[in-house]
Write a protein that binds this ligand. Structure first.
Ligand SMILES: Cc1cc2nc3c(=O)[nH]c(=O)nc-3n(C[C@H](O)[C@H](O)[C@H](O)COP(=O)(O)O)c2cc1C
Length: 166
């Protein structure tokens, strides 16, 4: 079905479907609060911005209870999930008393949780946090990264997938 829609009052469900046809990887973005509490959420808004200097972005819903923690810590870790870590995507997207239960982590720079077994861990310091519409856009400078050669988990059209070469 072909659809063409213009205007400024888009149907939000349809818009979500349109934007969701752009496939992404899946990450868990983590940080740590002032009293040492670990926080993390599943995010597919992650994107690379610049190689030199090395800068990445992701966005957090303005309503998120984690917003103050990400603002205060001034740091975040992008944990890029592998296909074998789909359960972590669900675990970090659902309400829970302890999203880190059973998750193997190492302490990264500034004591931030770095999830083990990921395709990549990208440790960043926040260089900008700007409200854009209903989200806050975080830009971060990469301080350190690690990488394991494995299949990344993908998300497209509201479903998880793995990459097959075409
Ligand atoms: C595949 C996937 C991608 C998501 N991407 C984002 C994102 O980029 N930014 C965001 O704020 N929430 C994103 N979410 C939603 C959050 O993970 C989830 O709503 C949030 O952790 C719920 O937290 P709460 O318990 O604080 O409401 C995503 C969820 C899924 C399943």
């Amino acid at each position: 079905m072909n659809i063409e829609v213009s205007g400024n009052q888009f149907d939000s469900k349809e818009l979500r479907n349109v934007l969701g046809c752009f496939g992404t990887g899946v990450t868990v973005v983590t940080t740590i609060g002032a009293s040492g509490e670990r926080v993390g959420l599943t995010a597919n808004s992650f994107s690379s911005v610049s190689l030199d200097p090395p800068i990445v972005l992701w966005s957090l819903g303005k309503q998120s209870r984690y917003l103050p923690v990400f603002h205060e810590s001034g740091r975040f870790v992008i944990n890029v999930l592998g296909v074998d870590q789909l359960h972590l995507s669900n675990q970090f997207a659902k309400p829970s008393d302890d999203r880190f239960a059973g998750v193997e982590c190492k302490e990264g720079l500034g004591g931030l949780p770095v999830i083990q077994g990921c395709a990549a861990n990208i440790e960043c310091e926040t260089i900008s946090a700007q409200e854009v519409g209903d989200h806050v856009l975080f830009l971060g400078k990469i301080l350190r990264y690690s990488h394991i050669k494995k299949d990344s988990l993908l998300f497209c059209n509201g479903a998880y997938a793995r990459a097959t070469e075409v």
